[in-house]
Design a protein around this ligand. Structure first.
Ligand SMILES: [Zn+2]
Length: 245
C-alpha cells in the first residue's frame, strides 16, 4: 500500500533529500490524540521512527512552535505549525481542505510544516518571523510548497469572508461567481487560499520562483480527505509531514 502523495522542492540540490508527504484518505483519520494506530501504520510504511514525529493540538491559530527535540511535544501543545533545525525530527500537521504549507530553507537549514485554513491564513508570516528570530533566517532563502487543499473551484464563501480576504491578502484571492450571484446564493464568492498565501509570501520577501503550488484540490479529488465533500461529521484528517530522508 502506498497511500501517500509526496512533493519535492524544485530547483534546489536538497530536493531529493527532503520529503514532503500527505497520507491519502484510505489510511483513515490521523488525529494524534485519537488515531495513534493509523499514524503508527503510516510511519512504519514510510520508515519514520514514531518518536521522531512532532504533532500539535490544532486550533486554527497562527501559532508556530520551534521544535528542538520531540519530548516537549508529547502532550500535543496547541498550535498550527512546527519548524525545526533538527534534521532528525519529523514535523507533522493534519489537514482536510485546509492547506498544508511545507517550508524549507536550504541556506539556514531549517524546515517545517504549517496548517493553514481560512482562519489561520497568515501563519506563514509567523513562521518567517520566528525563523528570523531563532536562526537569523532570511525570507529570500525560504522555499514553500502550497499543498493540496480546497480550491476556488469548490470553495465558495459569503461577502463578509470575501471582504476580509480582499483587505488582508489582496484583491486577487477572491472572485464573484456571476451564476451564484444571479441565483441569490449566500456564498457567491470563490476564494483562493493559494493566491492569498502567494500574495502573503511575496509581501514577506519570498522570491516568486520559491513559491510552489501542488495544484491539487482536496474537494475535487476523492483520494484526499475533505471536510466540505465528506461532511463535517465524517471527514478524514490526513497527515502532512516533512523530513530529511
Ligand atoms: Zn475543487
Amino acid at each position: 500500500m502506498t497511500g501517500a502523495h509526496t512533493f519535492a522542492f524544485p530547483a534546489t540540490e536538497l530536493a531529493s533529500l527532503i520529503e514532503c508527504g500527505i497520507s491519502l484518505a484510505a489510511w483513515g483519520p490521523m488525529s494524534p490524540v485519537k488515531d495513534g494506530e493509523n499514524r503508527a501504520r503510516l510511519f512504519r510504511s514510510r520508515g519514520i521512527a514514531p518518536d521522531s514525529a512532532v504533532a500539535l493540538s490544532q486550533i486554527h491559530s497562527r501559532i508556530v512552535r520551534v521544535a528542538e527535540s520531540a519530548a516537549p511535544f508529547s502532550d500535543y501543545p496547541e498550535g498550527d505549525g512546527v519548524i525545526t533545525a533538527n534534521d532528525s525530527l519529523v514535523p507533522t500537521v493534519t489537514v482536510a481542505d485546509c492547506m498544508p504549507i511545507w517550508l524549507l530553507d536550504p541556506v539556514g537549514r531549517w524546515f517545517g510544516v504549517l496548517h493553514s485554513g481560512w482562519r489561520g491564513t497568515g501563519i506563514l508570516r509567523t513562521a518567517v518571523e520566528l525563523a528570523a528570530d531563532e536562526w537569523g533566517a532570511k525570507p529570500e532563502n525560504l522555499r514553500v510548497i502550497l499543498g493540496p487543499h480546497i480550491r476556488s473551484c469548490c470553495y465558495t464563501v459569503d461577502s463578509e469572508r470575501a471582504d476580509y480576504f480582499r483587505r488582508a491578502f489582496g484583491e486577487s484571492c477572491v472572485a464573484l461567481d456571476p451564476e451564484r450571484e444571479a441565483a441569490g446564493d449566500r456564498w457567491p464568492w470563490r476564494l483562493s487560499l493559494a493566491e492569498a498565501n502567494r500574495n502573503l509570501a511575496l509581501s514577506l520577501g519570498l522570491l516568486p520562483g520559491h513559491v510552489h503550488d501542488s495544484g491539487e484540490c482536496t474537494a475535487c479529488n476523492p483520494l484526499y480527505g475533505s471536510n466540505r465533500r465528506e461532511g463535517a461529521e465524517t471527514f478524514t484528517r490526513m497527515l502532512a509531514w516533512i523530513r530529511w530522508r
